[in-house]
Design a binder for this molecule. Sequence first.
Ligand SMILES: [Zn+2]
Length: 527
Amino acid sequence: MSAPERVEIYDTTLRDGSQREGLSLTVEDKLRVARQLDSLGVHYIEGGWPGANPKDEEFFSRAPGELNLEFSQLVAFGSTRRAGGKADDDETLKNLVKANTHTVCIVAKSWDYHVTEALNTTLEEAVEMVRDSVAYLKGKGLDVFLDAEHFFDGYKRNADFAMQVLAAAQEEGADRLVLCDTNGGSLPHEVEAIVGDVRSAMPEAAFGCHFHNDANCAVANALAAVRLGVFQVQGCINGYGERTGNANLCSVIPNLALKMGIETIPADRLDRLTPVAHHIAEIVNLTMDPQQPFVGSSAFAHKAGLHTSAIARASDAYEHVAPDAVGNLTRFVVSELAGRSTVQLRAQELGIDLDGKTLAGVLETLKNLEYRGYHFEAADGSFELLLRRATGWEQDFFKLESFRVTMEKRADGEVTTEATIKLHAAGERIIATAEGNGPVHALDQALRRAIGLAHPALGAIHLTDYKVRVLDTQKGTGAVTRVLLDSTDGDRDWSTIGVSENIIEASWQALSDSIVYGLRQAESPPE
Ligand SMILES: [Zn+2]
């Protein structure tokens, strides 16, 4: 029993992943996520449960005409026939066939406790349900994957029944037997022992695995299963999923490919991993965890000022894989602890030439700004603009003349905010007014109205997070407010900062830096 040379990647972001709290996908979103997964090159995309809800039904009816998948295969998900029923008049099975995919995946109970408690039927009938359902779907010419639900917990209590479920599916010609850790509590040594037993008992069968992350071991468990010959790994991008999530494919894929030498997605697409992870986070409207391994913005960020020059010289001494292999970057985080070398390195990375005098000026400016409450560690966008301005660069997207924000609260509870902005752009004086659900939103809308036509790239740029912190609380309401804004254009994320005694002025600084940074990126791609 040794690891396979190639592992199939089976993504279930559109079905299991969307069970995550706070994640909800429209049909349009599902199509967009599927396109991203196809561009990454996963082998299978589980699209949903046809017939279970109108959304999934619409997805499967639109997918063939609108997706044009180049690489991935779409899979429809469902369950075995009902207890006591017949396969050929079972609604779920009929819907699976109607979904018109080449491959279907059906879930079956493999823990005896669930059969008697949840299904309310006998163990013999549960095995027949698997047998009939697989035979029916194979009879329709489909590739059939069997998700053995609660397999690990079931095997620990009643191995004989769990194995009967697998054997029935195997005998009827199921193409993959997928061992599921549905409650997500298994540990790698248990997975090793159980997968080892199962593989010895059924050496000819083709196995997959499906781990949840409740013990924070989903990725480790998947790697352990692969080492014992399991050759399909199911999981989700960014580890989305119910409760604590499914096995994170953004970690599974590079661990298999870069560390275990196993072929997963096409090798020349591995560097799409970070952009795809960020793009999908964007579509599902969840902020990326900066600490996410491989693809997070902090995954290769170094803060230690003294060591930064050493890291630049020999990055492999400080990084477990080359960041560009997964489409990520080394970053040097700027803080007042970091000295001259960090600033110089950051400038070099950005292709900005700082002579000695300019560098000294930047360090002086930084010291002053940090004293006033700026904090560039978390504001890479503003820091880059600061470096560029130090070399004499000036943004020419707009020149502010003035802005005004008014807010009205009426007795009936209605609150309205309106912003008017006056600025000069492309030789013209422009006045624009917009409403918003708060002062920052209204200002953002007014600025977009003023310069949006001249800069279509603005359409892709939007704010993802707004954080306010009051510094020096001893001063009470006179304290300084620090605003941090996170923004994205769908491919990359950046953060900007503003500091003022006035929260709206602080917000404006961060907002205008964000827009200037985003437009500069869009209109002058990196050197
Ligand atoms: Zn699951």
